[in-house]
Design a protein around this ligand. Sequence first.
Ligand SMILES: N[C@@H](CCC(=O)N[C@@H](CS)C(=O)NCC(=O)O)C(=O)O
Length: 315
Amino acid sequence: MRSTAQFPAETGADGAFVRQRYSIRDRNTADGSSGFPAEAGRYHLYVSLACPWAHRAIIVRNLLGLQDVISMSVVDPIRDERGWAFRDGPGHGPDPVCNFQFLSEAYLRTDASYTGRYTVPCIWDRQRQRLVTNNYPDITIDLETQFTAFHTPGAPDLYPNALRQQIDQVNEVVYREVNNGVYRAGFATSQGAYEAAVDALFARLDWLEERLAGRRYLVGGQLTEADIRLFTTLARFDAVYVGHFKCNLRRLVDYPHLWAYARDLYQRPGFGETVDFDHIKRHYYMTHDQLNPTRIVPKGPRMEWDAPHGRERLG
Ligand SMILES: N[C@@H](CCC(=O)N[C@@H](CS)C(=O)NCC(=O)O)C(=O)O
């Protein structure tokens, strides 16, 4: 199966990567006013373990103890021109809900005239037999704020009212320069666009390194949505973005505070067990043929994710 991935990614005249937004954007609501009430056993989350956006939802579902409330299944990390597929393999399998062969079927069942990309993460509604949303920013916020009746007792409040403004502010710059920044570097088709993305990325990483020197979490004194959004990019940084996307001014391991922060989160229940470097590396290195025509998957890097992080001292 030769992957003729759905790239080259969309770029502007200046060679800058432009992220296409194909959003199915309904919402889950606690009161059902959206038509998609938060309910146990009704919704299913489709994810790729390779995808940093889907990874956010995987972690939040774990942290809130929603594993028996919202079911989840994993697509094959190798994607070809037909889009994400449901196949048997290490860490992934057939679609347990609708026995779809390809994720595209869920999109076209939702909207037969859909012309966008068939992206993960997305939430399927068993009752209405359609997708609710594929808009990853909304998915984690709705799990955190609309499914509270189903959160496991003692679950963390990842989007507390008092911190929402700060969380949103940090999320915005981290999304633009880090989460999406690595893609802007990796899929740039001009030297100028690449350098603009890389310089902004490392300027923001330097800012984060300083911010995390004296505090354990990004916002307030607790784990929030902001930490989860940064973590899924950091987890992929040295394994993929340094080499494959040429984000190589420094590695994560060269940032003492950011690296310790990433290990601190990785070692928390609900985080480390969701990081699948096999899916991550195979997906990136075997799907973007214009970046890696040989499709050879690197063996490294070796990283001590379980090494002591010493962040307890920061409260
Ligand atoms: N749904 C999101 C996109 C999320 C996204 O880009 N997911 C990637 C995986 S990391 C994907 O599914 N890509 C498939 C494709 O682009 O065909 C959006 O519309 O912005």
